[in-house]
Design a protein around this ligand. Structure first.
Ligand SMILES: O=c1[nH]cc([C@@H]2O[C@H](COP(=O)(O)OP(=O)(O)OP(=O)(O)O)[C@@H](O)[C@H]2O)c(=O)[nH]1
Length: 590
């Protein structure tokens, strides 16, 4: 079947994943689904002998997991989510069903049973559409399963025990994790790999497509049957009620709707997601949940002096965004939140988030830029506009400038080591970081290259604040600060010029002017390190479109082309965390 973009169909629904499996959460999150996680309390103890086949068992377990969550959530708030997804993964070998091992000995007997043989991995999935009406919960279950066949090599006793002692088998069906160490055991996989990991994403999308893009206009929904009448869908799955996707209604009334405004709705949705993050940071939710025991929504509300209901919604939104986790004991921070969203985390980005929240337009513009010589960094980035009215006032206030410095400092600190090590810069003896602000990158460059002397060149009104941002530990003599304007003054002499995170909001003309000045100042054999490029070909295209609309990064290809035109040769790109990060060009002979 032809796949359609289906995940977006769930973006505007409240979706709950009834699973504690981190793998399922990751697979679905990476597919772009937004959801809350409410692990099911359903005990996986259905009598296996009653099922005609192993997948029938997996499907029923998945369904019971999802229904348990739907009912519990409905009972709690008299409001069920729109969709609950449940899944169950099992291994079937020689008529036996293997689930998660209960102890090491159990893991040993499972793995030795699988050694040198082929087995099947089945994941049953239930998609439960819920509707609370007059205090009653109506559910509509669609279900399916996927099979993947996996062949193991012959496993030596030593390998078996070494693997078991790694601890990996314990929370995995069949006692192995194909995505990690367990991959060593596997000789052949026939079918969907993600199905083995715990969630058959491809089949899930096809199922959603069946539900949300019904084929014929006359009878838009796939043939369905109802619970109690023993109906089965084409996968052998039981359906309790017809699914209710919106297209079905419009087809029945004969009304043909306009094209679905996906981009617009996604924009609204991402605004809501950002808003939840901004609000939680402002209210210091992550500070509150740091280190301590998990807290219930009412307790968080009490400490914040906010309403329990609103706080609960905010916390659930943070769970869906991956910043909080929710268990029976309450809410607690995820690793990401501890590291980046608390006020005093070593890599805190809270300042950046707060600045984004208060000054969405001047975030990346340099603090001094607005109003200077009538140059507006957003010119071009936002068409003919001469600058947002908010900019003059917010960019001039001292408090705003400090907030912006804090934001830029935290971001530079977070990425500095990646930037400093993206290329081998040991051939350079001196560097000049243009607009290097608080010196966050300069200090890391100095630490990585003990021979390198780094000058931070920035406006006097910026440099007057840098004392408050000096790094911990011994001050390095390698770093010095020089006041100046890189558009007006001669650039300090250096073997390497660094242009990091300052170009994104400038119009093309200003970018060209600055890089031309760098090219003129750079000696043959000298370098230009340019940081802040958009990721990947798709992201590049998107970045170009987005940048034209609202400012932002340019693609690596655009910058590389410009650097070559300006006389830089051997322009190379390097990335970090799977996305492009920086370009290094070497100045050729003029
Ligand atoms: O190769 C791999 N095979 C299986 C897994 C993981 O194994 C578990 C299967 O257990 P189950 O389906 O019962 O799910 P739980 O983890 O108990 O979570 P629920 O709350 O949904 O019941 C599953 O986590 C797979 O991801 C694996 O990681 N690799």
């Amino acid at each position: 079947m032809v796949l359609c973009p289906v995940i977006r169909k769930l973006l505007h629904k409240r979706v709950v994943l009834a699973s504690a499996s981190p793998r399922r959460q990751e697979i679905l999150r990476q597919a772009g689904l937004r959801f809350e996680v409410v692990p099911s309390r359903f005990k996986e103890m259905l009598p296996k002998a009653l099922f005609p086949s192993p997948p029938a068992y997996a499907v029923e377990t998945a369904k019971q997991k999802a229904l348990e969550v739907a009912r519990r959530m409905h009972q709690k708030d008299l409001r069920a989510p729109d969709v609950v997804i449940g899944a169950d993964t099992i291994v079937a070998v020689g008529g036996l069903i293997l689930e998660k091992p209960v102890d090491k000995q159990d893991a040993y007997s499972m793995l030795s049973r699988l050694s040198g043989k082929e087995h099947s991995v089945f994941t049953g999935v239930a998609i439960v559409h819920c509707c609370s009406r007059d205090g009653r919960l109506d559910t509509d279950v669609s279900e399916f399963y996927e099979e993947t066949r996996v062949r193991f090599s012959e496993l030596s006793e030593d390998l078996l025990w070494e693997y078991i002692d790694s601890g990996e088998p314990m929370d995995k069906a069949g006692g192995y994790g194909i995505q990690a160490l367990g991959g060593m055991l596997v000789e052949q996989v026939h079918g969907d790999f993600l199905n083995v990991v715990g969630f058959p994403l491809n089949r899930f999308c096809k199922k959603l497509a069946e539900l949300y893009y019904p084929s014929g206009r006359e009878d838009p929904r796939p043939a369905q049957s109802h619970q109690g009448r023993g109906g089965r869908d084409e996968d052998g799955g039981e359906r309790t009620q017809a699914a209710g996707p919106e297209e079905a209604v419009s087809s029945r009334t004969g009304h043909s709707p306009p094209p679905f405004p996906t981009g617009l709705l996604e924009l609204v949705d991402s605004f809501k997601a950002s808003k939840a993050l901004f609000t939680a940071c402002k209210l210091k939710v992550f500070d509150l949940l740091k280190d301590g025991a998990p807290l219930k929504a009412v307790d968080v509300a009490g400490k914040l002096g906010a309403s329990a209901c609103g706080t609960g919604r905010l916390l659930d939104a943070c769970v869906a965004l991956g910043f909080l986790q929710k268990t029976d004991r309450g809410y607690s921070n995820t690793e990401t939140a501890n590291l980046h969203l608390t006020s005093d985390g070593a890599y805190s980005l809270r300042g950046l988030v707060l600045h984004h929240s208060d000054h969405p337009w001047d975030l990346s513009a340099r603090p001094e830029s607005a109003g200077r010589d009538g140059v507006d960094p957003h010119d071009g980035a936002l068409g003919e506009r001469t600058g947002p009215p908010c900019q003059a006032s917010c960019a001039h206030s001292e408090e705003t400038r400090l907030g912006l410095l804090r934001a830029m400092h935290s971001l530079a600190k977070l990425t500095a080591r990646h930037v400093a090590t993206a290329f081998d810069l040991s051939r350079f003896g001196s560097a000049c970081d243009l607009g290097g602000c608080t010196g966050a990158l300069a200090y890391v460059l100095a630490r990585e290259y003990p021979r390198l002397r780094v000058t931070v060149f920035d406006l006097p009104e910026v440099l007057q604040h840098v004392a408050g941002f000096q790094p911990d530990g011994p001050r390095t003599e390698q770093v010095s600060f020089l006041p100046g304007d890189f558009f007006e003054d001669s650039l300090p002499e250096a073997d390497l010029y660094v242009v990091s995170r300052i170009l994104r909001d400038w119009p093309d003309g200003k970018v060209h002017e600055l890089l031309s000045r760098v090219a003129r100042a750079c000696k043959p054999g000298g370098g230009l390190l340019l940081v802040d490029v958009a990721a990947g070909p798709e992201a590049e295209a998107e970045a170009e479109g987005l940048r034209r609309r609202a400012g932002g990064e340019r693609s690596a290809a655009v910058y590389a082309h410009l650097l070559r035109r300006l006389g830089f040769a051997d322009v190379r790109a390097a990335g970090a965390g799977g996305r492009p990060l920086a370009l290094l060009g070497t100045r050729g002979a003029p």
